[in-house]
Design a protein around this ligand. Structure first.
Ligand code: HEM
Ligand code: SF4
Ligand code: SF4
Length: 433
């Protein structure tokens, strides 16, 4: 007999219809959540979307190629997630399992749609079925393993990792989705009694089926139906929760990777034309950031990598690049809420949200930008804000002192001219006459 299985086997038509109706509700909540975030980003100054997609195909491709490459390398191949111990192993495992399950479910639905058009179009059988079932059965274990490793990581409480109550919901729901998925498969094997390859191509499912050995077909069918629904509700909850939890990084992350213009070591240039047009230098209001910059705030999953490498944070200065990103994100949300409620007075960006000492603590070393997995440019945010302070005459702290000394003594240490080159003693520094 050709190895295969019925899609929606043991699930009555009424439940199938209810399943699709609830799936639409979950998708609706997902779209609404994404739309709300999209509206938030529109607070910023527009970016030239049209410029990206105008011209002939070759011209369009030239413009979008760098972004497409970053999505392929940094998001799909997870290049920038690597090199971070347990966090990396957990993510690669979870990501591999998740992507396999997502692709598998999509293929299953495609097979279901095609088989309704014509039974001859059904492809979920034979060798394809055996390879499909085996691959998903094994890669599903990676999904569960990645989730368990994330539990271990979160329970070990690394100082730099962000913590929100919904993080636990995400991890528990992933674990429950994985376990109930295998239970559904095991119970299906019990009532369906496949033989030969059709059974052995699902080794984990077959092992789980052993837990229910001795159950009658009717018992296995009832339990299968009940666990199938639990699994479905967990999946609906997952889909609907994406825009409201840390999981949103897998939507905003690739978007930022596509739109960002990374320029390590190069500060954004301010042109006179720009100053004349906008009437300002730097950023004094959250709405002065661009749509892409605001979007990038939503890509942050608070992994803490930027904080871990920040020399200012390491030396107990009042600066954490992760905190700057999170504070700006919170300001974006409250500003949008204030404006929607018709309130003219919104929380101030400077002083009320980001303090001057925080901004002047940055050494502009770019270490944070270099490690961010989704290429958020924390330094660019800081530079924009600092420029505003300078334009407003608000330079303070060590930066102000250094500049004053440059003016009076021609060196940032304030040393007399005869001593200003003392630091070169014993070094092979060339001098000009
Ligand atoms: C699209 C590209 C993606 C990138 C660049 C990315 C990056 C990251 C990074 C760097 C972390 C922090 C890891 C750590 O703790 O060290 C993380 C956490 C996580 N990611 Fe992704 N991710 C992506 C897609 C996905 C996808 C598709 C999923 C699938 C469900 C996912 C689920 C998670 C989960 C559950 C966490 C852990 C949250 C926690 O700390 O509790 N990510 N991601
Ligand atoms: S650029 Fe500034 S915020 Fe980023 S790591 Fe260096 S000192 Fe820290
Ligand atoms: S800004 Fe980037 S590196 Fe820093 S916590 Fe957020 S995602 Fe991680």
């Amino acid at each position: 007999m050709t190895p295969t299985r019925e899609t929606f086997g043991n699930i009555p038509l009424s439940s199938q219809l209810a399943f699709y109706a609830l799936a639409m509700v979950a998708m609706g909540i997902f779209c609404w959540g994404v739309w709300r975030r999209w509206k938030l980003w529109q607070l910023g100054t527009p970016i030239d979307f049209r410029g990206l997609i105008t011209g002939n195909l070759a011209a369009v491709w030239q413009k979008i190629r760098p972004g497409a490459r970053r999505v392929a390398v940094d998001a799909v191949a997870q290049q920038r997630v690597r090199g971070h111990g347990l966090g990396t192993v957990a993510h690669l495992s979870l990501y591999l399992g998740f992507m396999a399950l997502l692709a598998g479910t999509t293929l299953l639905e495609l097979d279901n749609i095609l088989s309704h058009i014509s039974p001859a179009l059904k492809f979920h059988h034979g060798l394809y079925y055996v390879v499909y079932e085996f691959t998903l059965d094994v890669l599903g274990l990676f999904f569960i393993l990645g989730t368990i490793l994330f539990f271990v990581r979160r329970l070990s409480k690394p100082a730099a990792l962000g913590h929100r109550a919904t993080d636990w919901y995400v991890l528990w729901s992933f674990l429950a989705m994985g376990i109930t998925g295998y239970q559904v498969e095991g119970l299906r094997i019990v009532w369906q009694q496949p033989v030969g390859l059709a059974a052995h191509c699902s080794p984990v499912g077959l092992w789980i089926a052993g837990w229910f050995a001795g159950w009658s077909e009717a018992e296995a069918r009832s339990a299968h139906f009940a666990v199938w629904w639990i699994h479905a509700f967990l999946v609906f909850g997952f889909i609907a929760s994406i825009p409201f939890t840390r999981l949103f990084h897998f939507i905003a992350g690739p978007m930022n990777l596509f739109l960002a213009q990374p320029s390590l070591g190069v500060l954004p240039v301010v042109t006179m034309a720009e100053v004349e047009q906008t009437g300002r230098v730097g950023v004094g209001d959250i709405r002065h950031f661009s749509v892409q910059e605001l979007l990038s705030l939503d890509a942050c999953m608070e992994c803490g990598r930027c904080e871990e490498v920040c020399p200012a944070f390491a030396t107990a200065k009042p600066l954490s690049p992760k905190r700057v990103v999170q504070d700006l994100k919170s300001l974006m949300e409250t500003t949008a809420a204030d404006l929607a409620a018709g309130r003219k007075e919104t929380r101030a960006l400077h002083t009320e949200t980001i303090q001057a000492e925080t901004l002047w603590s940055c050494t502009a070393c770019s270490a944070c930008v270099n490690v961010c997995p989704v290429r958020i440019d924390q330094l660019k945010f800081i530079v924009h804000l600092r420029r505003h302070l300078v334009a407003e005459g608000g330079l303070s702290g060590t930066a102000a002192t250094a500049l004053r000394r440059m003016q009076s003594n021609a060196n940032p240490w304030g040393l007399p001219p005869a001593e200003r080159a003392n630091w070169t003693e014993g070094l092979t520094v060339k001098t000009t006459s």
